[in-house]
Design a protein around this ligand. Structure first.
Ligand SMILES: [Fe+2]
Length: 260
C-alpha cells in the first residue's frame, strides 16, 4: 500500500525538525522506503514569534524540499503546524499561517507538555480557526493526556467536525506507554481520522516509519481501516473533501483484547 504523510518536519533548518539538506535527503529516502508517495511539509509556526517574512521563508524552503523530493518521486505539499497560544487570534487575522496546500484544512497543535484538561482556551482557539474559515486538523491528540483520554471532550471535537490526527511514533511506543495506549484507544473508539509520522529526524525514532506502523497495526485492524487512516483520509484533505470516520468491527474486539 502507498501512504500519504500529512504531518512532518522534513523541510530543513526552519524549526526543531530536520536540520540540514543532507538529512532531508536521508529522511526522504526513509519515506520512500516506507512507501510514502506524498508529504505535507508542516514546519512549526508560533504565533507571537513568527513574522510575515518568516512565513515566506518557510514557504521558500518547502519549495526547495519539493524540488529535492522529485528524485524520490515523492510529491510535497505545503502546510504548517500552528501552535495555539494566546497570540493565535492575531496570527489568524494577519494571515501568519500556511493551510494544507490551499485547502480549508489547517494543522494545529497544543502544548504537549501540558495536560489538555488544564487548558480552558482550547475550544475557543479551535472556534477561532473555524471563524477564520478553516477546519482544524488537531495534531497528535494522544499526546495531550498524561493519564487517560478525555473521550467526551475528544468526541465533542469530532462532532464539531474537527479532524483528529494520531502519530505513528505514538503507536510504536516512542512517547511512552500511556501515549501509546491513548493512540490505540482513539482508533478503537473510532475517534481517529488520520495517522501521520510527525517526522523530525532522518535516523532514530522520529523518522517516517509508516510501513512499519502499518505492518504492526495489520495484526489488529482490517486493511480498510488502515487504508482510511493512512491514505484515503489524507487524500481527502489534499482534495479539500470531507474525511471519513472509521468503523471498528465488533468481531475485532477479541483480537484487540489479546493484542497488547
Ligand atoms: Fe509536528
Amino acid at each position: 500500500m502507498q501512504f500519504i504523510d500529512i504531518h512532518g518536519h522534513y523541510a530543513w533548518d526552519i524549526d526543531d525538525g530536520i536540520q540540514t539538506k543532507e538529512d532531508a535527503i536521508k529522511a526522504l529516502n526513509v519515506a520512500k522506503a516506507n512507501n510514502i508517495t506524498s508529504i505535507v511539509a508542516t514546519p512549526h509556526v508560533i504565533p507571537g514569534a513568527h513574522t510575515k517574512k518568516d512565513i515566506e521563508h518557510l514557504k521558500e524552503r518547502i519549495q526547495e524540499l519539493k524540488q529535492l523530493a522529485q528524485n524520490n518521486h515523492i510529491d510535497v505539499y505545503q502546510g504548517c503546524e500552528l501552535f495555539l497560544n494566546h497570540d493565535c487570534i492575531q496570527s489568524l487575522q494577519n494571515g501568519l499561517y500556511i493551510p494544507i496546500e490551499n485547502t480549508s484544512y489547517l494543522l494545529v497543535e497544543f502544548d504537549v507538555r501540558k495536560e489538555l484538561g488544564s487548558q480552558d482556551e482550547v475550544e475557543d482557539y479551535l472556534y477561532e480557526i473555524e471563524v477564520a474559515g478553516y477546519t482544524p486538523v488537531i495534531a497528535h491528540v494522544e499526546r495531550y493526556f498524561k493519564d487517560e483520554l478525555d473521550i467526551e471532550r475528544i468526541s465533542d471535537f469530532v462532532e464539531s467536525g474537527y479532524v483528529i490526527q494520531v502519530n505513528a511514533s505514538s503507536l510504536l511506543g516512542v512517547h511512552g506507554k500511556t501515549v501509546k495506549n491513548n493512540a490505540y484507544r482513539l482508533i478503537d473508539k473510532g475517534l481517529a481520522h488520520i495517522i501521520a509520522t510527525d517526522t523530525h529526524r532522518c535516523e532514530g525514532h522520529r523518522i517516517p516509519r509508516m510501513q512499519e506502523t502499518f505492518d504492526i497495526l495489520s495484526k489488529s485492524y482490517h486493511y480498510q481501516v488502515l487504508k482510511t487512516l493512512m491514505f484515503d483520509n489524507p487524500q481527502h484533505i489534499l482534495h479539500n473533501e470531507e474525511v471519513e470516520e472509521i468503523e471498528i468491527k465488533k468481531s475485532f474486539l477479541k483480537k484487540l483484547l489479546t493484542r497488547r
